[in-house]
Design a protein. Sequence first.
Length: 742
Amino acid sequence: MSWKKPAALPSQRWAYALTALVTATAVPLHAQTVQNVQKRERTEDPNLPVTVRAEEISGRPERELILERSVELSRGQTRMKADRACFKNVENEVTANGNVWMERFGDTYKGDELQLNLSSGKGWVLRPEYRMGLNNAQGAARRVDFISEDEAIVSDGTYTTCEGLTPDWYLKSNTLRLDAGRDVGVAGKTVIYFKGVPIIGTPALSFSLSGARRSGWLPPTVGLRSKGRAEVLQPYYVNIAPNRDLTLYPRWMLDRGIQFGATARYLGENDYGGYAGQTHAEVLPNDKITKTDRWRINSLHNQGIARGLSLGWNLNGASDDNYPSDFSQSISSSAERQLVREVRTDYRAEHWNMSLRAQSYQILQDPNFFIARPYARLPELLFHSGRYDVNGFDWAVDTEMTRFSHPDLPTGNRAVVMPQISYPIVRPGYHITPKLSLHASAYELGRGVDSVANAPTSLTRVLPTFSLDSGLVFERDAKLVGRQMTQTLEPRLFYVYTPYKDQSKFPNFDTFEASFNMAQIFSENRFIGNDRVSDANQMTAALVSRFLESNGAERLRLVFGQRYYLNEQRVQLQANAPRTESRSDVLLQASGRISEKWNFDSAVQYNASASSVVASNYGVQWQPGEKKVINAEYRFLRDSVKNAMISSQWPLSKRWYGVGRMNYSVLSHKVVESLVGLEYQADCWVFRMGGQRFVTTTRNTSTQAFVQLELNGLSKLGFGNPLDSFYKSVPGYTRLNPGPGR
């Protein structure tokens, strides 16, 4: 086979496919729409005729009809059958008895006797069995009274979403009000039965008929943590509007006391792009263990306030260093120890944008591992302007002015201007992009506890950078796992030159050396941040090969890359000796979806001089069917990380499913994170149980247990939140009974 240049770059086809995917998944369903549609379906024309059939009909048609044997009556969406019936024409009312069957608006009733006014929808049925079309719920009762076309009251009845004459679960209530128009069921004195055994009783109960969100008490959550510490959380949900809600809760902890919390969410539109945000706050007055008041707050907000102008904040705070380890519910929250506090405003025009922000951090120290405090930006002004394809040229200018503040380190101001211009030459089979950029910065430095005597307080730096990015694209017909593909071969060369300038006297406010990866080797500066500009006379060579389907979908990607240094690297973050190696480590990547069942991703950083692997990551996912997934991953970073992870959701039998995850540290010979879960799926309920353990600090761990019984269409009962743990711990996890929320 021979390689040939393509008519168009394959990457252009991917861009269109990605845009379509994002657009399709970004359109939410308005919560109020479902309720409105259901209510409109229950509205009928009052002038609809009434049709009757029977083997024997007597009476006066203009007044009253007596119907005998095989009676059928219908009007619009209301139909009924009975042995005997009486229809009063003036009142537009029917009374029936003997094997009564009625269907109206998708709901069906079977009973002994019935009376219904076809105009008002009011009536009753005795000793009925009923089924609701909205959620396929069913039950039986002593009596059902129809208050209107939307609302019915079930007296001394049952309710369940299970099928069959002996449902696995049902609730039994003296009074049950079912309002399809408002999508709510309200029960009086209620007992919930599971497998014929009463498991919970309540003086009142309300629930959504369709599963949509609504205000009311949510089921309590009982938690079991490390060392047998128990807790109970009782949330109350307030459905303020389709785009606003509030959750309030007390959380009683046996060892610490009562914690109060609230979470508010909102989303809306205005003339300037809309607004969205979420705020969570919790407080524990007088912790029994620490004898102090403890609290945590998180607030995130973004809003358009004028044309092109927006305002936002990200505020986080906690009362003490140990808050994450004492109260965290997941490994991600326990690791959150740099709490950002940022307020910003942004302005966007057609060809430029500007941002002004103030940012600081609260550090929650791990008692066994010191965490350095970052500099605060009080404030920072960012400006960007740029245009594409101006007579073939692309240009941009980035400007930054920042005041850095720190309680223990030297402070100062920094101003940076970075203009750049390039001339991309892009053709179907190749591209060449020469680029010239400039880094100009100035510092005004203050004095701090670590300041060196007679150190300069004003510093300036101007450094130009030239780069040349070039590449070719060849393609040919090929086969992969027996399927016709297009294979590409894409060699790429990237040259960078930046002259050397001594920067040892410049401070380091926010700069660190970037991780060595495939994206970084195609950047001009090996540092992230503006306090250092790396000297460079280097060439990066890479080779990419992709296997593409006819629709542009990528099945396999193979990448090789390495950087070659023509001069030694003299600029360092600290006063270290220059780096004299002539080439970088080799980067190798392979990833793809080689079949409908298999996905894999791998990356290796290899040091050829030492003949050793510096870092590597291998991951594979096997998903042969619904609710079947196995993930395996291995991560290695020389002298610091050597972890093996495996997670899975797998059917153990027809109805039993296992869920698990383990993250094992080979270096420390211990399990860093583990999860074991078991699920049972019935027709109308799901049972879950399991436990989770994860590291909260370098020496402490947290253990949680959970048990949950989910009654479809009613509620979740138990302790802990297994669904949230399963979703976060097992990539590809599928909920057994799809429903709203987690």
